[in-house]
Write a new protein. Structure first.
Length: 412
């Protein structure tokens, strides 16, 4: 893989190329400044290319804005969008596989250099449609000071669902909750983790079917509901994705499940001793991967595609991936990133930065099907209906399954 300082475009092929790139931020914080800095470094190294990097909101906002641009007179050439958008983007014939853009052994080695678990959502029917950039797994953050006060070992987070309940009870007081799991924003993602931990995948590998009514899936949602309604270790109802990090920092909860993309913000703002751990298990350990991949749009010219590829290679190079990981908490997307001096020194001084990467050993592809957005919306609604008590988990998931089958029948 090319080092950041040596990535440069063939001047003849890239002279005066202008790129527009849309990208999301899902965890808050000043990450736009980090992206702007990386882009500025790229432009300095590649004076024939100018890049307009447009922050477009969350993942759904970014998809909408990028696709709107494609239908306007001012389209984009590339974007960072949900890794799970691949099926829909392929179906709409909007993106090109990277195999059609890369050339030679060196670029093939770059494409082969990412963590396989992070490539799972982008590799469909033998081709690579998206490559990893801001990628994550769900991790458990916990307040070690509160663990000590409750008589718990501050170096040992819950290892099982039973531990989560037992330790959650010890940590819950009149002033705080034992655990909070967000159920707005990306509830399907948290639920996928619970389903995996109970031994079941929510979808098939081909994107054509879902397993929402599997008894183990229903049991996983019943467990989530029971954390609030039965065990009293989590607030009943829904918990906001966007404000949960601040709630953790303010001591409103002793534990939270959230993206590793929050890690640096927690590190920089926590006024207490905190830990980071893999998620607990029931039948097995596991977390879905998450986050955004780079895509190249089909309407880009050959010169624009090559320039976009060079930008993507630069932003995913070991040095830049290491910098991105340190600045944000997202994981380095390749083993080579963790071999850089910078990330080796950082993880030695701050071992929690390795948790999300280590969890890749038990991670699975994020929930994705054809008609992903609509299928996902039905699942999100089911989760929230169960958590708010308007439907039983079994009833809510049956409705979501029926809706998913209607949407996916056309693709079978």
């Amino acid at each position: 893989m090319l080092a950041a300082s040596t990535v440069a475009v063939n001047p003849a092929a890239a002279e005066d190329v202008e790129l527009t790139m849309y990208y999301p931020i899902a965890v808050g914080g000043p990450l736009t400044q980090v992206v702007d800095g990386i882009v500025a470094e790229f432009e300095a190294a590649n004076p024939g290319i100018s890049v307009e990097a447009i922050y477009a909101g969350n993942y759904d906002d970014t998809r909408i804005k990028a696709l709107s641009a494609l239908n306007s007179g001012d389209p984009a050439q590339l974007a960072v969008m949900f890794s799970i958008d691949a099926y829909d983007l392929i179906e709409q014939d909007l993106i090109v596989p990277f195999e059609e853009v890369i050339e030679g052994e060196e670029e093939q080695a770059w494409l082969d250099g990412f963590y396989p678990a992070l490539m799972a959502n982008g590799q469909i029917e033998g081709q690579t449609w998206g490559v990893p950039f801001q990628r994550s797994t769900i991790v458990a953050y916990y307040n070690k000071d509160m663990f000590r006060d409750a008589g718990l070992d501050p170096e040992t987070a819950p290892q099982t669902w039973d531990d989560l309940v037992e330790m959650g009870r010890a940590l819950t007081t009149d002033d705080r909750w034992g655990i909070m799991i967000p159920s707005t924003g990306y509830p399907y993602w948290m639920f996928q983790a619970l389903a995996i931990q109970n031994g079941v995948e929510l979808m098939a590998d081909d994107g054509l079917s879902t397993n929402f009514t599997d008894p183990a899936v229903v049991e996983a949602l019943e467990f989530w509901v029971a954390l609030g309604q039965e065990h009293g270790v989590m607030p009943e109802g829904t918990i906001e994705w966007g404000t949960l990090r601040q709630a953790f920092l303010e001591g409103q909860t002793a534990m939270m499940w959230h993206s590793t993309g929050n890690l640096t913000a927690v590190k920089n703002n926590a006024e207490f001793d905190f830990g980071v751990a893999m998620l607990p298990e029931n039948e097995r350990r596991g977390s879905p991967t998450g986050g955004g991949n780079f895509y190249i749009f089909k309407d880009a010219t050959e010169e624009e595609r090559q320039a976009a590829l060079e930008l993507i290679k630069f932003m995913t190079s070991p040095e830049q991936a290491a910098k991105w990981s340190i600045e944000t908490g997202y994981m380095g997307v390749s083993p080579a990133a963790y071999e850089t001096e910078a990330l080796q020194a950082y993880t030695e001084a701050f071992p929690p930065a390795l948790v999300a990467r280590d969890q890749l050993e038990v991670a699975v592809a994020e929930f994705s099907t054809f008609e992903t957005a609509r299928v996902r919306e039905g699942l999100n609604n089911a989760i929230q209906a169960a958590l708010t008590g308007t439907q039983s988990p079994e009833e809510a998931l049956a409705e979501a399954q029926a809706a998913a089958e209607r949407l996916l029948d056309a693709y079978r």
